[in-house]
Design a protein around this ligand. Structure first.
Ligand code: PLP
Length: 366
């Protein structure tokens, strides 16, 4: 019957975002809930971004610049690419969708890790594409298996680096080997949503592979280290040919005036970015130490969150923490039914989380 929900849409399991603060009553003795569920920046936005956002807001009766020229110019200088190689999105999530709409037909396939950002799967399913999911190996993308899973029907391959929800990353050696192996027709999406947090020598910048002429699209976002998640601004770095194809599919005013202005200012505020990184580094070190002291298992992370493993249902631990006003994210939909993903907060927030975990574990006797 025409007009009924198509089967391939009916099969999609709806994305469940982190519980919003607005939905959680403050716990006794706390003035507000603590959200550590969506990998947001505890430092907040750059004051320069806020000021630019306010100025732009006063012009909100006008459509935004549909091409986002000023921001794309700044990004092109930042990355040393031409403007034609940059596509803006309403968050990088929208770019994940645009890529599927642009490159996947009904009979095409995508390859992705089994335990990775769920929007890859949803984007592929929504366009009636097919996908193969490859299990992680030692909590990392198994790039050898992923490359081997590609054949002449494979159009897209998604790699989150670092990965959500594990916080692990693949090294430049592993990625070099992957590009030697993967068929040249496959378009590799390197999602670097958390890339700003990494400064290790062996972290492979997708940009370098793009420069070498590999068939790759790099995704970045202002939602994480730049602290602008609520404004929704992500971008893709691609070859001019791939970017132009995406531009044809993108809706004309997908990124708004306020977000463009704030992102432009945030990009110029290197001090704020440095402070965000530092806060995250210290927070991660603190949490890892606290977890070690308590014998709690976790996956060492390179991002702004940490996956903690329990010996019981993560949903139960999540619920008990919620009753104490602390919002975390059970990772059952990502294939880790006994793990919580916890965003690294500021000092006081991390201490509050640890205190809440202690109470929950004491009450459960483990
Ligand atoms: C790996 C990964 N990619 C992309 C995103 C999307 O970020 P945004 O749409 O806010 O840019 C997220 C958000 O959690 C993520 O974890």
């Amino acid at each position: 019957m025409r007009g009924k929900v198509p089967d391939h849409i009916a099969r999609i399991k709806q994305y469940i975002p982190g519980t919003p603060e607005e939905d959680v009553p403050a716990a006794a003795g706390q003035d507000k809930p603590l959200k550590l569920a969506s990998n947001e920046n505890p430092l907040g936005p750059s004051p320069r971004a806020l000021e630019a956002a306010w100025t732009a807001l006063k012009r909100c009766h006008r459509y935004p610049d549909g091409s986002g020229r000023l921001l794309r110019e700044a990004l092109s200088t930042h990355w040393g690419l031409s403007m034609e190689q940059i596509v803006l999105g309403n968050g990088s999530t929208e770019l994940v969708e645009i890529l599927a709409r642009t490159f996947l037909g009904k009979d095409d396939w995508a390859v992705m890790a089994q335990q990775s950002f769920i929007m890859y799967r949803i984007a592929v399913m929504a366009v009636h594409g097919h996908f193969r999911e490859i299990p992680l190996r030692e909590m990392r993308h198994d790039l050898v298996a992923m490359a081997s899973a590609c054949d002449e029907r494979t159009a897209l391959l998604y790699i989150a680096n670092p990965n959500n929800p594990t916080g692990t990353y693949v090294s430049n050696t592993a990625l070099d080997e992957y590009f030697r192996q993967v068929p040249p027709s496959v378009l590799t999406v390197l999602d670097e949503a958390y890339g700003e947090y990494l400064q290790s020598d062996d972290y492979p910048l997708g940009l370098e592979y793009l420069r070498k002429g590999r068939r790759v699209v790099v995704l970045r976002t202002f939602s994480k280290a730049y602290g602008l998640a609520g404004l929704r601004l992500g971008y893709a770095l691609a070859s001019a040919e791939v970017a132009s194809a995406m531009e044809r599919v993108r809706s004309p005013f997908n990124t708004n005036r306020v977000a463009q202005a704030a992102a432009l200012a945030a990009l110029g505020d290197e001090e704020h970015l440095r402070r965000s990184r530092e806060m995250n580094r210290n927070g991660l070190a603190y949490l890892e130490e606290q977890f070690l002291q308590r014998g709690l298992r976790f996956t060492p992370s390179a991002a702004n969150f940490i996956l903690v493993h329990f010996d019981r249902s993560a949903q139960e631990v999540y619920q008990s923490l919620l009753e104490l006003g602390v919002i975390t994210r059970p990772m059952t939909p990502y294939g880790f039914p006994q793990s919580l993903r916890i965003t690294v907060g500021g000092d006081a927030e991390n201490a509050r989380l640890v205190g809440a975990l202690d109470k929950v574990r004491a009450a459960a006797g483990r």
